[in-house]
Design a protein around this ligand. Structure first.
Ligand code: 7PJ
Length: 279
């Protein structure tokens, strides 16, 4: 059986013949990711980072204008649009697929006009108006699980059965998107590592990657690059988590993950080339 993920201008097979895991490179356009707040300088910085990722063989560039690290304050709609839109227009025709990391329906609408290939919503399209914003387009939709919200999610994550609860949430959201008339071939799921989860919850979910794909019958995106779950088992600070993150990406791909969202594109691309050569 061949299944493909409809990804805007692209089609990614995710089950059956010809499946290759895709590398999504993270491009943050938040004020703390460049030296001064000037718009021109931030665009230049984003473009040179994107060019490095393209050189390294990235498949998808994920552009985010709001930090969703635990405890981060929200960003206004105006600020997010100002940060993200010039970057989306500049990257659109450079080769890789383009994704936008947002939970705001108005950013989704503008990004679709700019021609993005994926909307990556850490909030699982729960905001009022999100389904309407994405319905009439052909971009992929990544539904991520998060318990609570970025400001509070790491205070006291709690589950009775984390895997069953994440599956139930993703199923409910996928059904809501389908009920809105969205083509099932556009949907992708993500357990949301670090979003309202302890280290134990994160590894229970990583171990359950194949089960999530199987039970929900949808392609899966795994984002664990440099996260605390990598730090917890390696004992390393965030700037030394590259090798651990590559190990985690391979663990997800070995269980059938289609997309890995990473900071270290060149290293992950090489690791996956060797992985695929051996399979
Ligand atoms: C994720 C994300 C993730 C998806 C972030 C960080 C935090 N989108 N956006 N999955 N994480 N789909 O990169 O450390 O895990 S922001």
């Amino acid at each position: 059986m061949q299944s493909t993920l409809q990804f805007g201008r692209f089609n990614f097979p995710w089950r059956g013949q010809g499946v290759r895991a895709r590398v999504m490179g993270i491009l943050n356009v938040t004020p703390d990711s460049f030296s001064d707040g000037g718009n021109y300088q931030s665009l230049e910085f984003a473009l040179s980072h994107a060019e490095q990722m393209i050189e390294a063989g990235v498949d998808i560039i994920d552009v985010g204008g709001e930090s969703t690290r635990p405890g981060s304050p929200p960003v206004s709609l105006e600020d997010e649009l100002q940060r993200v839109m010039p970057v989306l227009y500049a990257l659109r025709d450079l080769g890789p697929a383009i994704s936008v990391d947002t939970y705001k329906p108005q950013v989704m609408r503008e990004a679709i006009i700019a021609g993005v290939d994926m909307i990556n919503d850490i909030n699982g399209f729960r905001a009022p108006g999100a389904l309407d914003a994405v319905r009439d387009s052909d971009c992929a939709l990544c539904i991520m699980h998060m318990q609570s919200d970025p400001q509070h999610m790491q205070l006291a994550p709690a589950y009775t059965d984390v895997v069953a609860e994440v599956i139930a949430f993703l199923r409910e959201r996928a059904e809501a998107l389908l009920a809105a008339g969205i083509d099932p071939r556009r949907l992708c799921i993500d357990p949301g590592f670090g979003f309202g989860k302890t280290v134990e919850h994160n590894y229970a979910l990583l171990k359950a990657t194949a089960r999530l794909i199987d039970e929900l019958n949808l392609p899966l995106l795994a984002g664990l690059s440099r996260k605390s779950m990598v730090g917890a088992v390696t004992g390393r600070p965030v700037e030394q988590r590259m090798a651990g993150s590559v190990g985690g990406a391979l663990a997800a791909v070995a269980q059938g993950a289609l997309i890995v969202r990473v900071h270290d594109v060149a290293e992950t691309v090489d690791a996956l080339k060797v992985w695929h050569a051996a399979h």
